[in-house]
Design a protein around this ligand. Structure first.
Ligand code: APR
Ligand code: PHB
Length: 392
């Protein structure tokens, strides 16, 4: 039988950062991850870090490679109706920006930092279940290295993403949930080619959405709107490139550079919130509690925001015995979560072609894009949300 103060399920950015922050305060944790280390370190996900995320990671000793290899951006470009509109963060926000740094790079840095300090991460566990989350005798059962194990802990942090077991451990009739699925998905490709622009380019065209993003001076990441029912086989490389050229090359003299496709996959789009982020001794954080469509680039940033509150609350609990911050955990997180949900829904609605939309809805979308182009306050609102808010 194992014992720890905080049992953490999931070695994504949420679980690993929580473990790192707790260790800095002298609080013991064990992270249980059902995939291998190689798998989580190479899983391609989004790559936009808000200013607040960069600040937090830097303050806790995780900024070295991030500052060296991360790409600081001061704006984004939005293309529609053959026009281009730049959202200038320097001009429109109080000095904030974003940094492009792949989520798996954050995960690599966190794993390296934990292992350097003899932090406990068990990879390749299976059959994870939470027993008695609503009692003082909470424990996590799992299978690891050919044996059944029990981890007794004071609290459990469910950081196991949208498809994990933690949220399902809260009885269905106790969960307050909100869900919206979108009638499209994103097909993403990782490409061995230098960026064709200095900043991210979001495009809305008659055939739908496309995004040109990047990971480094030699690797780009592009996305194209597709049908959620499409299989990846239906998208040959030629079809992907043709779609990207058509949707992105809408301004004079701009060409999208092609390269070898290193990875491709389809991601469904959904908005989801489980407001019940605490159930007895179980706390949910990150994708385990909420999902946003990727258009606003908020997923990892919201996970980090949750962990900033959860780590502070656990530290207060173990230093003073007070549960006050644990009690306000969900409410504190949900203020940011719902702002992120709204912004991600707004960006998604603004930039995609909705298969069932009426001419009336199409005109509303065009009117909103024109408003953004012509109104500084409208652009400022988008910029403020894109670079993110402070975790206060
Ligand atoms: N047992 C143990 N680990 C599990 C289980 C389980 N039953 N189910 C899932 N996991 C692991 C996953 O393999 C993954 O490594 O939990 C981890 C959850 O990590 P993420 O999905 O990265 O979620 P989170 O840490 O909340 O980070 C949110 O991830 O999906 C993106 O867009 C999202 O950027 C956001 C970020
Ligand atoms: C990415 O680079 O993967 C990316 C960028 C911006 C988004 C979503 C994903 O809105």
């Amino acid at each position: 039988m194992l014992h720890t103060q905080i049992g953490i399920i999931g070695a994504g950015p949420a679980g690993l950062l929580l473990s790192h922050l707790l260790a800095r305060a002298g609080i013991d944790s064990i992270v249980l991850e059902n995939r291998s280390r190689g798998y989580v370190e190479n899983r391609v996900r989004a790559g936009v870090l808000e200013q607040g995320t960069v600040n937090l990671l830097s303050e806790v000793g995780l900024g070295e490679r991030l500052h060296k290899e991360g790409m600081a951006h001061h704006g984004i470009e939005i293309r529609f109706n053959k026009k281009s509109h730049r959202i200038d963060f320097d001009e429109l926000t109080d000095g904030k920006g974003i940094t492009i740094y792949g989520q798996q790079e954050v995960v690599k840095d966190l794993i390296a930092a934990r292992l350097k300090q003899d932090g406990k991460i068990l990879f390749d566990v299976s059959n994870v279940s939470i027993d008695d989350p609503n009692s003082d005798a909470v424990k996590i059962k799992f299978h690891h290295a050919d044996s059944e194990q029990e981890l007794h802990c004071d609290y459990v942090a469910g950081c196991d993403g949208f498809h994990g077991v933690s949220r399902e451990s809260i009885p269905g009739d106790e969960r307050v949930e909100f869900n919206r699925e979108y009638p499209f998905a994103w097909l993403g490709i990782l490409v061995a080619a230098p960026p064709s622009a200095d900043e991210l380019v979001y495009a809305n065209g008659p055939d739908g959405f496309a995004l040109h993003s990047m990971r480094s001076p030699s690797i780009t990441r592009n996305y194209i709107q597709c049908d959620p029912e499409d299989s990846i086989e239906a998208w040959s490389d030629d079809r992907i490139w043709q779609g990207l050229h058509d949707r992105l090359e809408t301004v004079a003299d701009w060409k999208l550079q092609e390269g070898e496709i290193l990875e491709k996959g389809i991601t469904p789009m959904r908005s989801y919130v489980c407001e019940t982020m605490r159930y007895g001794r179980l706390f949910l954080a990150g994708d385990a509690a909420h999902i946003v469509p990727p258009t606003g680039a908020k997923g990892m940033n919201l996970a980090i925001s949750d962990i900033s509150y959860l780590s502070t609350a656990f530290i207060e609990r173990f230093k003073t015995g007070s549960e006050k911050l644990l009690e306000s955990y969900a409410a504190n997180c949900l203020r940011h979560v719902w702002r992120g949900e709204h912004f991600s829904w707004y960006m998604t609605s603004l930039l995609h072609k909705f298969p069932q939309s009426s001419p009336f809805q199409e005109r509303l979308q065009s009117a909103e894009l024109e408003y953004l182009r012509q109104s500084t306050p409208a652009s400022r609102s988008l910029a403020e949300n894109y670079v993110g808010f402070n975790f206060d």
